[in-house]
Design a protein around this ligand. Structure first.
Ligand code: GAP
Length: 440
C-alpha cells in the first residue's frame, strides 16, 4: 500500500498537480504548490463543497473572514492556552516528534549521528508546544503588536455570528460556511499534502437551539458522509470514528471523524463537532458584547449551540487522487487512470485531430474554441499517436476525449471516448457541447 502513495506522489509531480514549495531552494518543509492541474482539482473540490453547502440550501450563508484577527479572539477561543501538542526531542540527534508519534524506545537514529557522538538516543520529557504561527501587526515587533495566523476558519464565523444573522435575516437554525487558509506549526507534518503547515479549510458552523444539537449533529454527520460518497469515493474506504473522552478537542461535547483508508492507514478526512455554546459564550465574556439570539416568534433569548463540519480541502483532494488512481491493462497495454468524478476533473474534455492533415486540426481548433467560449475546461492535443494522447488524458483524469477524424469531414460527427468504459460514440460536432453539458 505505501507503494500506492509513492505512485500518487509521482503522478502528482509528473503531471503538474502538486510541486514542492520553493523547490529550487531545496524546498520549504511541508508546504506544497498546486500546479495547473492541481489548482483546478482543488478549486473543483472547494466549489463542489460550496455548491452543496451554500448554493443548494437556504439555511447556510457564506463568509470570508480575515486570516488575521484580533489577538483576544485566540485567548477567548482557548487556542492560546490549549492548542498545543506534546513535543518530545531526542537528546542526541535533536529530532522532534509529537509525543504520540515518537518511535518507541528512542529514535533509533544512532546510525545517522555525526561520528564521535557517544550520546545514546534517548527521548526527553514531553513539553507543550503551541501550534499557532505568530507575526506582528504594524511596524513595531513587540509583544503588544503580536497577532496569529488563524489555525481554523471557524472563529471568523463566531465573531460575525450576529452580523451574518441580522444582515441575511436568518433565523435559527442556520449556518455560516467559509473556505479559507489556516496555518498550524505542526510538529510532524508529512504524508505529502495530508498534513501541512499551511492548508485550506472548508468549514461550516451551524447555529441551533440548545437541546436540538444532538439531532443536528447526526444530520450533518450523515450529510457530509453522503457528500463524499456522491463524489465517487469508495464507500468501503470511508468510515466514522467517534471521539472518546481523551480525544475530544477542548471545545467539543461530541465529535466524529469521517476517516478514509489512506495507503498509510485510516486517518481523519473531516470532523463533525458539537461545539455547544463554548465559543459564543467565551467571545461574549472576552469582548463584553452580547451575542445572544432573540427568537422573533417566542421572544426567547439564548446563546445558540454550534454543530461544525470541518474539512481540509487539500486533504480531500488527496483522497480524490488516491481513491481515483488505478492501473489497468487495455488491449495488451498498461495504462494509469485517475478515475475522477467529472465535476472534479481538472480538464473535462480533450480534443484531438486524428491526423495533422486533411484540415482536421482546423476543425478541432474550432471545436476547442467553442468549448472555451462555453467555459468548459478543455485541452487540445495533436502530438503523438492517438493511443499516447489517450494515456496522457487518462492520467490527468480527463473523462472524455473527442477525436476529429476523416469521417468528420463527411458527416460532421466526432468520436467521444469515455475514460472509464472506453466506449466510443459518434456525436454531431454541433452537439458536442450539449452532450458534455448533460454529463457535467
Ligand atoms: N475548526 C475545527 C477544526 O479545525 P480539525 O479537526 O483540527 O478541526 C479540520 O481540522 C480538518 O482540517 C481536518 O479534518 C483536516 O481535514 C484538516 N486539517 C487539519 N489540520 C491539517 C493540516 N495540518 N494539514 C492539512 N489539513 C489539515
Amino acid at each position: 500500500m505505501p507503494d500506492l502513495m509513492e505512485k500518487v506522489v509521482s503522478l502528482a509531480k509528473r503531471r503538474g498537480f502538486v510541486f514542492q514549495s520553493s523547490e529550487i531552494y531545496g524546498g520549504a518543509s511541508s508546504v506544497w504548490d498546486y500546479g495547473p492541474l492541481g489548482v483546478e482539482l482543488r478549486r473543483n473540490v472547494a466549489d463542489a463543497w460550496w455548491s452543496a453547502m451554500v448554493h443548494a440550501r437556504d439555511d447556510v450563508e457564506g463568509l470570508d473572514a480575515g486570516i488575521l484577527m484580533h489577538p483576544r479572539v485566540w485567548e477567548a477561543s482557548g487556542h492560546l492556552s490549549g492548542f498545543t501538542d506534546p513535543l518530545v526531542e531526542c537528546r542526541a540527534c535533536k529530532k522532534r516528534w509529537r509525543a504520540d508519534q515518537a518511535p518507541e524506545g528512542g529514535c533509533a537514529a544512532k546510525a545517522s549521528l555525526p561520528k564521535g557522538t557517544d550520546k545514546s538516543c534517548e527521548l526527553g520529557e514531553p513539553r507543550l508546544f503551541n501550534l499557532m504561527f505568530k507575526t506582528f501587526m504594524g511596524p513595531v515587533e513587540e509583544e503588544a503588536a503580536m497577532v496569529y495566523l488563524r489555525p481554523e476558519t471557524a472563529q471568523g464565523a463566531y465573531v460575525n455570528f450576529l452580523n451574518v444573522q441580522q444582515t441575511a435575516r436568518q433565523r435559527i437554525p442556520f449556518g455560516i460556511a467559509q473556505l479559507g487558509k489556516a496555518f498550524r506549526n505542526e510538529i510532524t507534518p508529512g504524508n505529502f499534502i495530508f498534513r501541512t503547515r499551511e492548508f485550506e479549510q472548508a468549514e461550516m458552523q451551524f447555529f441551533v437551539k440548545p437541546g436540538d444539537d444532538d439531532e443536528w449533529w447526526e444530520y450533518w454527520r450523515d450529510q457530509r458522509m453522503g457528500w463524499h460518497r456522491e463524489l465517487g469515493i469508495a464507500p468501503e474506504r470511508l468510515r466514522l470514528h467517534a471521539h472518546g473522552p481523551g480525544e475530544l478537542a477542548h471545545y467539543a461535547k461530541t465529535a466524529v471523524d469521517i476517516e478514509y483508508e489512506f495507503p498509510f492507514g485510516w486517518q481523519e478526512l473531516e470532523g463533525i463537532h458539537n461545539r455547544t455554546d463554548f465559543d459564543l459564550e467565551r467571545h461574549q465574556e472576552y469582548s463584553g458584547k452580547r451575542l445572544a439570539y432573540i427568537d422573533p416568534a417566542s421572544g426567547d433569548r439564548y446563546l445558540p449551540y454550534v454543530v461544525e463540519t470541518a474539512m481540509g480541502v487539500g486533504r480531500a483532494a488527496l483522497v480524490v487522487l488516491v481513491d481515483g488512481y488505478r492501473e489497468e491493462e487495455v488491449a495488451g497495454q498498461s495504462r494509469v487512470v485517475l478515475g475522477l468524478h467529472p465535476a472534479l476533473a481538472p480538464v473535462k474534455a480533450a480534443v484531438f485531430p486524428l491526423m495533422k492533415k486533411l484540415g482536421l486540426p482546423e476543425i478541432a481548433e474550432r471545436l476547442i474554441a467553442e468549448l472555451r467560449r462555453e467555459r468548459i475546461p478543455a485541452m487540445y492535443d495533436q502530438a503523438g499517436s492517438i493511443g499516447r494522447r489517450y494515456r496522457r488524458q487518462d492520467e490527468a483524469g480527463t473523462p472524455w476525449c473527442v477525436t476529429i477524424d476523416g469521417q468528420t469531414k463527411d458527416d460532421d460527427t466526432a468520436t467521444i471516448r469515455d475514460r472509464d468504459s472506453l466506449e466510443q460514440v459518434r456525436v454531431g460536432i454541433d452537439h458536442v457541447v450539449g452532450w458534455l453539458r448533460e454529463r457535467l
